[in-house]
Design a binder for this molecule. Structure first.
Ligand SMILES: C[S@@+](CC[C@H](N)C(=O)[O-])C[C@H]1O[C@@H](n2cnc3c(N)ncnc32)[C@H](O)[C@@H]1O
Length: 459
């Protein structure tokens, strides 16, 4: 493809994403599937550009609006959110890539497969974008941090002075982490196998099973992946599974198992021994987990489709499990490095509904824990109402549970040579401090039967 054709393809993809209510990665996969003539190198370049622009969505919109205010009639100046993909692309080319007006004239020349010719008002916009760039320090905090304004005060209560660095880290592309599947191989063997296939990896920071990809690789095409020696899993997600501290022979429930990311990791710590039940309300996700479980050589998992968190099975199985992992449905705010488009779809109302759902799931699934067993409540959210506040409310209503300080469990799981990454009693990971996605976990031990009238759900 010519550079101009690649730009036009990026623009087409961005426009498709902007019009779709669906997540950008799904839209992009479909876009490329229906354009098989685009080779892998071009595809990567187009996708890279689009993802850079999605990570820079508010800032580019703001810069275009600011530049337009200095050169267009006020009535023609768009709000930042209404700035078109083409205008954002121009801003990206001018401000990030420092492309000159002359170069833009030759790229936007109206030739077949390339972008339409520049219009006069775009030329004036380009000149203004060059001369009128707003410095980062002068951008509103939500624009500089690429974060919906309504979320900022909530994050400030958690991160305080660290907020700018956390927001910055959330705008940077995430590394790709792998988890070694100890059911099939040890870490050294996996490193060697990957090296044979020219895949370079370095060690993880926190998880003893983590490897971090160096450079890029088509991992699913490798024999190491196809043979089930590794899974792609953020190191933070690995930690949640490891902190579940499931042992061989135990009875364990992964209540919101989805497509099985944590189920796989837990099955490995259980060495395939004992009983692991993977539940979810989504038949499709549970179905997808089956393929992964098979590839990983897992055979101690039963999949169970729930009608809801108060499914009859929960009541029948109450008090029978040593570990109950609740990887609750959440805002996903901790994964926004990977899904930057999701930022602008989430509404306050969505979070409020999720908080109600999470409380109901926690209260119902906690019944599964035996006395002496543990409930691990986890999210990939940064918001306090989905995390600490959820746990505090549960503990206030359920004296049959106590919070186990994460450092205590960490020391049991990892021993003294790996210091716990957090000071507080609950685990809170973020990309700035830990290099992982944003994750939260609280470990609750069932110390007694809930007294009559307590709030653990009764059906
Ligand atoms: C964060 S995702 C789980 C990711 C998964 N544990 C993993 O590691 O790949 C949350 C999951 O909760 C499931 N879910 C939503 N409502 C639920 C409910 N009422 N009971 C159980 N699971 C539910 C969703 O279908 C989704 O798969």
């Amino acid at each position: 493809m010519t550079p101009a054709a690649r730009l036009q393809a990026a623009l087409d993809l961005l426009e498709t994403i902007a019009l779709s209510p669906r997540p950008a990665d799904g839209v992009a996969s479909e876009f490329f599937r229906s354009r098989r003539f685009i080779g892998s190198k071009d595809r990567r370049e187009i996708a890279d550009r689009v993802w850079i622009m999605l990570r820079n969505w508010a800032r580019a919109g703001w810069q275009v609006r600011h530049a337009a205010l200095s050169t267009w009639p006020v009535g023609d100046v768009p709000e930042w959110a209404d700035v078109t993909p083409r205008q954002r692309l121009l801003a990206d080319l001018v401000q990030r890539e420092k492309v000159t007006l002359e170069e833009l004239e030759s790229l936007f020349n109206g030739e077949k497969f390339g972008p339409a010719r520049l219009r006069e008002r775009e030329r004036s916009l380009i000149r203004a974008l060059k001369s009128n760039r707003v410095a980062k320090a002068d951008l509103p905090d939500w624009v500089a941090g690429e974060m919906p304004g309504w979320i900022i005060p909530r994050l400030r209560t958690v991160y305080q002075d660290r907020l700018p660095e956390v927001l910055d880290a959330l705008t940077v592309e995430a590394a790709v982490d792998l988890r070694v599947n100890t059911l099939k191989a040890d870490l050294e063997t996996v490193v060697d196998r990957l090296a044979e296939e020219e895949v370079d990896v370095g060690p993880g920071t926190w998880s003893p099973l983590a490897l971090r990809l160096i450079g890029r690789a088509n991992l699913p095409a490798t024999a190491a992946f196809r043979d089930g020696l590794v899974e792609v899993q953020d190191e933070g997600s690995q930690l949640l599974a490891l902190l579940t501290d499931a042992h061989p022979g135990q009875s364990v429930v992964d209540f919101c198992a989805g497509a099985g990311g944590k189920t796989l990791a837990i099955a490995a710590t259980m060495q395939n021994k004992g009983r692991l039940v993977a539940c979810d309300v989504s038949a499709g996700r549970l179905e997808r987990s089956a393929v992964r479980l098979k590839r990983a050589g897992v055979h101690n998992v039963t999949r169970h489709l729930l009608e809801g968190e108060r499914d009859k099975w929960v009541k029948r199985s109450a008090g029978k499990y040593d570990r109950v992992l609740i990887d609750a449905p959440c805002s996903g705010t901790g994964t926004w490095r990977r899904n930057p488009d999701a930022k602008w779809r989430l509404r306050d109302q969505d979070v409020r509904e999720l908080v109600v759902k999470q409380a109901s799931i926690l209260s119902s699934a906690a019944r599964l824990a035996a006395v002496g067993g543990r409930v691990i409540y986890a999210t990939c959210s940064l918001l306090p109402e989905e995390n600490e506040r959820q746990v505090d409310a549960f503990l206030a209503a359920n004296s049959g549970f106590r919070l186990l300080p994460v450092a205590e469990v960490w020391a049991q799981v990892f021993g003294p040579d790996r210091p716990c990454p957090v000071d507080g009693p609950m685990l809170r990971l973020d990309p700035a401090a830990h290099g992982t996605d944003g994750f939260f976990a609280a470990i609750l031990e069932r110390v007694g039967d809930a007294a009559a009238g307590e709030a653990v759900a009764e059906d």
